[in-house]
Design a protein around this ligand. Structure first.
Ligand code: PHE
Length: 347
């Protein structure tokens, strides 16, 4: 019996050592220690031993059982640890690997220029305001001293909503002059950027929707010198201190005198041609029109309840797309509205 027990122990320890899964361990446990197990079978034979032999054999059997159980626990723990280790190795995360960069967009080139222009005028003390795109003809034309029958009122130029031509999509931001003067007393400096609409076929320099930035300054003793000073300061800031500007006489019904401000073409530098070809940016003009401006017409001041004997002012309106095209050397207006990322990513 002693040999039998030794045999069982040695076989068990070797088998346990060799097994490497929880299932294999369990199989061995049942085979040895289970109700019908080998060790159990040996223990059942104890009754046949003499009373002298029994305690020593019982002791030995218990030791064998204890050793097997201890080994079983030890292997269980070892297998559990190695399974865990393998799992951890397989699922390991290297926190030092750089993450995947998320692409971050940026402002549209036109908004970049708008922001720059707003910042410059705010720095000069201007207040930025917003107004309706659906406008009354009264504000868009009549109170701006644009008489009935003026070509800009034509149905072929303007989008009207009503048969009596009283409601329209504003063709300019100038109605904001009227809206602002109705609700504010001079002195003031205001800037009103926004969308405007005209029945224009889209080409490299035209779009039925574009953006203007209106400016209006009213106070006592405002002169053409103030107009030139403010606009020159801003334009030099945008296009560079060495950019060449000129003021050219013009006509607008709501300003008197009126002018247009031009900048020398950045493509052909005023010559109007590149390599013997007509410059496509300024169409051979050598100059690019930046904006219309002038001294607020006394009738317009009067229309808004401001005494033209006491107050004077200047106003200007610039095309934002045109500014962006000049600033960023873009030669086709349609690129600004296409929103092709291959184009936008360049700015
Ligand atoms: N509203 C004019 C235009 O659209 C521009 C302008 C604004 C001219 C203010 C003078 C004063 O052409």
């Amino acid at each position: 019996m002693r040999e039998q027990l030794e045999q069982i122990k040695n076989n068990a320890l070797a088998a346990l050592e060799a097994s490497d899964t929880p299932a294999a361990l369990e199989e061995i446990r049942v085979k040895l220690l289970g109700k019908k197990g080998e060790l159990t079978a040996v223990l059942k034979q104890m009754g046949r031993l003499s009373p002298e032999e029994r305690p020593a054999m019982g002791q030995l059997a218990n030791n064998v059982r204890a050793e097997i159980e201890a080994k079983l626990e030890q292997r269980k723990a070892a297998i559990h640890a190695s399974v865990l280790e393998a799992k951890l190795a397989a699922e390991a995360i290297d926190v030092t690997i750089p993450g995947e960069a998320i692409p971050v967009g940026h402002q549209h080139p036109m908004n970049q220029v708008l922001q720059q222009i707003k910042d410059l005028f705010v720095g000069l003390g201007y207040q930025v305001v917003d107004g309706p795109e659906v406008e009354l003809a009264d504000y868009n034309f009549t109170r701006l001293n644009i008489e009935e029958g003026h070509p800009s009122r034509d149905r072929s130029d303007t989008f009207y909503f009503t048969d009596d031509d009283s409601v329209l999509l504003r063709t300019q931001t100038s109605p904001m002059q009227i809206r602002f003067m109705e609700t504010h007393k001079p002195p003031f400096c205001m800037l009103a950027p926004g969308r405007v609409f005209r029945k224009d076929e889209a080409d490299a320099t035209h779009s039925p929707m574009f953006h203007q930035i209106e400016g209006l300054v009213v106070d006592e003793h405002i002169t053409m010198g103030d107009l030139k000073g403010a606009l020159t300061t801003v334009m030099r800031n945008i296009y560079g201190e060495d950019s060449v500007m000129r003021f050219r006489p013009h006509h607008f019904p709501f300003t008197e005198p009126s002018c247009e401000m031009d900048m020398q073409c950045h493509k052909c530098h005023g010559t109007g041609e590149i390599d013997g070809q007509v410059c496509s940016t300024c169409h051979g003009e050598g100059w690019i029109e930046l904006l219309g401006a002038g001294m607020v017409h006394p009738k317009v001041l009067e229309n808004c309840g401001i005494d033209p004997e006491k107050y004077s002012g200047f106003a200007f309106g610039m095309g934002l797309e045109r500014m962006a095209m000049g600033r960023m050397k873009i030669n086709d207006l349609r690129l600004i509205f296409d929103n092709d990322v291959r184009f936008l990513n360049q700015f």
